[in-house]
Design a protein around this ligand. Sequence first.
Ligand code: HPA
Length: 272
Amino acid sequence: MLQQIQETSRYILEKTEHFIPGIGIILGSGLGGLVKEIKVKYTLPYSEIPHFPQSTVHGHKGQLILGYLSDKPVLAMQGRFHCYEGYDMKQITFPVRVMKQIGINKLIVSNAAGGMNPEFQLGELMIIKDQINFFPSNPLIGKNEDELGPRFLDMSETYFKEYIDIAKQIAEQNNIRVKEGVYLGVSGPCFETPSEYRCFWRMGADAVGMSTVPEVIVARHGGMKVFGMSIITDLGIEERIENVSHEEVLKVAATQEPKMSLIVKELVKRIL
Ligand code: HPA
């Protein structure tokens, strides 16, 4: 794996004339709109990047964007990889390893998620304050490469508190309603049954989705500081559960995306 990480990093650095981003951003379903705000310098399709998996999901584009957001150098993943596509945890998180290798120490992740917290409305923006790994595996299983991080990883502050505080300030200053909550990650591809939503809520999660948790584990393994946000695209609240479809998820995400983009853009300005 080490060799692959190095080869991919070298490819990206060569293609971008050694453009060094200060922050990595992973854009989730229907949340690619932030790219419009980036002064794009380089676009690298995943299909051309050595060792990169391919994005197979509608609504996930599949390219790396390098450029300036709020005049700060960033790398954005437009489209990510999921367990339900058949990728294993190491493949899903490979791009995060590469980000770290090219010198990125900060990561922002976004996703669409189902909300279980009865205080949530459809389209709610949720700042992720912690996560629960409910995937069938863990990306750190296997031989530990000590150069990449510790064998036994401390997860006591997975999402960096300082970033959460800044994001809340930004939201308040811009009259954007945000909530904080715990994100639980599952493999998918099924959406949850009413009993599963109820189970996850009782377990302590506010929202559930099919991504983010593996990437964040690997980012923490590499010592990166992480910020995450979910858009609540459907509700799994007892007595209020409705049908959910991927199209509906994309539709709700798109309506709320500008607010999340604003918060991310401001956050980048303040932490870089
Ligand atoms: N469950 C799992 N993943 C999701 C959901 C959901 O309700 N909504 C968007 N992604």
